[in-house]
Write a protein that binds this ligand. Sequence first.
Ligand SMILES: *Cc1c(COP(=O)(O)O)cnc(C)c1O
Length: 389
Amino acid sequence: MKNKDFNNLWSKSLMSNYAVPSITLVKGKGSIVFDADGKKYIDMLGGIATNILGHSHPSVVAAVTKQIKTLSHVSNFYSHPKVIELAQILIGLTGDKDSRVFFAQSGAEVNEAAIKLSRKTGRTRIVATTGSFHGRTMGSLSLTGQSSKRTPFLPLLKNVKHVPFGDIKKAKRAINSRTAMVIVEPIMGEAGVIVPPADYLKQLREACTTHGALLVIDAVQTGMGRTGQWFGHEYSGIAPDAITVAKGLGAGLPLAALIAVGKSSQLFEPGDHGSTFGGNPVTTAASVAAIKWIEKNKILAKCKADYKYIYSSLHAVPGVREVRGAGLLIGISLDKENSYLVARKLQEKGVLVNAANPNTIRIAPALTIPRKELAMFVKMFKEVIADVH
Ligand SMILES: *Cc1c(COP(=O)(O)O)cnc(C)c1O
């Protein structure tokens, strides 16, 4: 079967909530993937920031294979070694040994869990930011600051106030002694890789501390090393009350975590929350293997160097307005509103990127992507921009 055949079958069998994909991917290794017609691509999107070690990485394949042959699923009535190993690793990454972890499968679910955690403070009000993306289930959609996604599904949760991202004055005006939590992305990913002012998180932390509100960092997209730090807020020096991670956590497998830091880790009591598959042995085994590999091979430092390389290669190219982000979460904003055309032309040339909005190309490849492939991306990007500019 070819791309064309799969496309027809997609329309006949999958719901129309997604645009019909133009290609069907059938195999991959590292940051190279192949479609059903046998065409080769550089995968600069990494399954939207999920495949932190790329496709079929030997350490993930080995960990998953070993685990599925040993024990596949146990539910939360029983413990197993990998869920504990991963929880301890994540606690270590927060730097606070009083942290505690809740596992689920997706970003939306762990943001839902954060909403429930915040309810246990006895308060119900939430402050989130305009343009943010926190998920599409009814609770997480209530946090998401994009009216196009919200409007068809009103009414959503009451008492969620959206304030402009990066505007500390407006945030401070909204946060008060009735605020249960403030949720914020360190860098807004879906919105087009939007970076806040350098002291924004620190000031949000101060406002939350003053009023006793939880500060929740949504690190679903920035997490697991992507920005050259483990979660993406560390540069600010703050300690959040909770962190949510998902996308990259399972190295391509569905795994998410709500990590409650400090006192907030004591808010949930038995029976307050749960997830049948949360902390599954196979997905946690994949995650443990990936994190160890990243640590051993100093991938966080590599991501920082990769950002410098992409920035210096592209920021002065005619047609490019700005290169922004951190590590391997990068938004390339264009002078013209032609990002969809640029993305399509790149795909024709064998490069997969995402047009996050009409003038921004987003890349979030495997953290392990070799410099040679980044250089290929730079070359093709320059050709396409010269062509359309
Ligand atoms: C993708 C994303 C989510 C939602 O994750 P799902 O796994 O799709 O539910 C939440 N927050 C951020 C910042 C994201 O990028």
